[in-house]
Design a protein around this ligand. Structure first.
Ligand code: 13P
Ligand code: SF4
Length: 324
């Protein structure tokens, strides 16, 4: 029995509150083509929470934060994975699915954190701090993961650090994530000076201004934000943790101090909640569009490959994290 594909018109209902009717025709052809291509190619689309609503709500099969995407990538039966997110996410999906074709629709979808550190930097740190384990944020290249003891995401960083049973760790490359975790644990953390170009721009003054202008607003901040800013928020957690917080607590008025599409995606699931929207765009996440997802599936591009020696070592660091 053949499956009936939803039409683009029926999908519009999911996003009508954030996409004006005038804009919809520019998306609908690509959406219909992508739905058909996914079936033809036995492909799934994994989309990060920062993808735009027409991707997140209309063509994605699996959505979530970095940790959820890593976990769910492993359980897919599909032959092709299209990663609607940034390059390190596609590499991680490939590490865990070496036999599958993993495509990233735009090779330029990078990350300022991944760009802030090299494998050579880690070798230098190991000489400077002999015997201290290296905990590496997934927002890094496979090459960097390959030099690390274990990976973490913003959703499990504290648990990973504490799982090692040691008094000191090196945590890289995000200085602010490391400082935010250090504030919650007795483990001594040595950080690197990498920053997320999106989250580093939020300040405590932003929060004060928001509270003045929007009394009662609940402020949720991603742990890539500066610690002095996180200290003034009501809650801090990964993108999935922020989304779960909204689902559980249903605050009448909320602001998500993170990438802009996140509020659109969560707001669509909660029409009863008022979302205040100061946000910063991630230019890397925004490189992914319906048009290049369609081309990725039509032309099998850009296929992610990782040199086998690096992949073997990097996979171990990711698998150690998943075992926790
Ligand atoms: P999450 O793991 O919280 O989804 O974060 C990924 C990311 O790139 C945040 O900037
Ligand atoms: Fe990297 Fe920041 Fe963009 Fe996330 S939001 S992909 S950490 S630059």
């Amino acid at each position: 029995m053949s499956t009936i594909l939803p039409s683009a018109a029926s999908l519009y209902d999911r996003v009508r509150r954030v996409i004006p009717p005038m804009e919809w025709p520019s998306f609908s052809n690509d959406i219909e083509a992508i739905l058909a291509l996914k079936r033809e190619r036995n492909a799934v689309i994994l989309a990060h929470n920062y993808q735009t609503p027409e991707i997140f709500h209309c063509v994605a099969d699996i959505v979530g934060d970095s940790l959820a995407l890593v976990r769910k990538a492993m359980s897919t039966e599909a032959e092709v994975i299209v990663l609607a997110g940034v390059h390190f996410m596609a590499e991680t999906a490939k590490l865990l699915n070496p036999q599958k074709t993993v495509l990233i629709p735009d090779l330029r979808a990078g990350c300022s954190l991944a760009d802030s550190i090299t494998a050579e930097d880690i070798r230098m740190l190991r000489q400077r701090y002999p015997g201290v384990p290296v905990v590496t944020y997934v927002n890094t290249s496979a090459d960097v993961k390959g030099e690390s003891d274990i990976c973490c995401t913003s959703g499990n960083a504290k648990a990973v650090v504490e799982s090692l049973g040691v008094p000191k760790v090196i945590m890289l490359p995000d200085e602010y994530l490391a400082q935010n975790i250090a504030a919650q644990t007795k483990v001594q953390i040595t950080a690197w000076k990498g920053h997320c170009e999106v989250h580093k721009r939020f300040t405590p003054a932003d929060i004060r201004q928001l509270r003045e202008g929007h009394p009662g607003v609940m402020v949720l901040a991603h742990p890539e934000c500066p610690p002095e800013m996180v200290a003034e928020a009501d809650f801090s957690g990964s993108t999935a943790a922020m989304s779960d917080y909204v689902e559980r607590q249903k605050p009448p008025r909320v602001v998500l101090m993170t990438e802009c599409s996140m509020s659109d995606n969560v707001a669509l699931q909660h029409p009863e909640i008022e979302f205040i929207r100061p946000c910063n765009l991630c230019p890397h996440m925004k490189r992914i569009t319906l048009a290049n997802i369609r081309s990725a599936l039509e032309q099998n591009r850009h296929e992610v490959t990782i040199e086998p020696d690096i992949a073997g070592r990097a996979r171990l660091a990711v698998e150690r994290m998943l075992a926790i």
